[in-house]
Design a protein around this ligand. Structure first.
Ligand code: NAP
Length: 250
């Protein structure tokens, strides 16, 4: 039996799975970042129009399995996918990277959403945001006693009290240490993304005894099967779908 797979992506892990898919399968991106041009599978870009649009897409394209490998903070598309799969009786699988866990010496301040972030950083002066583009929408709200550095994928001019660094991981321990020292930050803001590519900042914050304001993960819908690693997902896909190869390093 072979099922046509819709892979929901926008993460490095999803791209690694997409590289193993042959032309029968579809890799879907929201359209915010780079669109890879060297994949064998079909690549589609842009929203589906909520859960109803996605349900129509699953039926029209005769999708037999959805693998959700979106970022753990992309809660809307995951909710839509679970809902659309339920409507159309298509199995919903998810790759859910394990969250980072605090180590001895960490000073994590757990918060919910943007209002939680602004409350937790209120008493600090030099703030490094490492949670994507969200702070860009609030640059005109930088309090007069603060200077923000926002690291995200998007270039942006910033202003006198806000610098934007456009950079893409993975980030090394040495690189993060050099950034933290040159920026003289007194607090770091992060999502709990999990994975190795952006974890170095946490070790450097620990060493430098810097507090980390950590935004809690949103609730995600349960999936029929959940995988913690790309290889586990590929092994499971291999049993159901024709793949180009089943090893991440192939
Ligand atoms: P979101 O809030 O969960 O989704 C917003 C809307 O974007 C969805 O309702 C859907 O539009 C569309 N969408 C999202 N992912 C899609 C996909 N893979 N294919 C087609 N449409 C998609 O998502 P987000 O947090 O804005 O993230 C957008 C993308 O960036 C995701 O693919 C995610 O994996 C990636 N990403 C997010 C983060 C993060 O921190 N949030 C970090 C790294 C990468 P319709 O309702 O019209 O279908």
């Amino acid at each position: 039996m072979s099922a046509r797979v819709l892979l929901l992506g926008g993460t490095g892990d999803a791209l690694r799975i997409a590289r193993a898919l042959d032309s029968a399968h579809v890799y879907s991106l929201a359209g915010l970042g780079r669109v890879p041009a060297d994949l064998h599978c079909t690549v589609r870009v842009g929203g589906f129009g909520g859960a109803p649009g996605l349900a129509r897409y699953l039926a029209d394209e005769k999708i037999g399995l959805v693998l959700d490998a979106t970022h753990p903070y992309a809660a809307q598309i995951s909710a839509n996918a679970a809902n659309a799969c339920e409507q159309t009786q298509v199995p919903y699988w998810a790759l859910r990277r394990a969250p980072w866990q605090p180590h001895p010496g960490d000073d994590w301040r757990m918060v919910d959403g943007w209002s939680g972030v602004t409350g937790a950083i209120a008493s600090y002066e030099r703030v490094l945001f490492t949670l994507g583009r969200e702070p860009l929408a609030h640059l005109d709200e930088v309090p007069t006693h603060q200077h923000w550095t926002v690291r995200c994928l998007d270039p942006h001019p910033g202003h006198a009290r806000a610098q934007v660094i456009d950079a893409r991981g993975p980030f090394t321990h040495e690189g993060e240490r050099a950034l933290f020292e040159s920026g003289r930050y007194d607090v770091i803001v992060s999502k709990n993304s999990g994975g190795a590519a952006t974890e170095a900042k946490l070790a450097v914050a620990r060493e430098m005894k810097l507090p980390v304001v950590m935004v809690r993960r949103p609730a995600l819908p349960p999936a029929l099967r959940e995988f913690e690693s790309v290889q586990d997902a590929l092994d499971a896909l291999h049993a159901l779908a024709n793949l180009k190869h089943r090893n991440i390093d192939a």
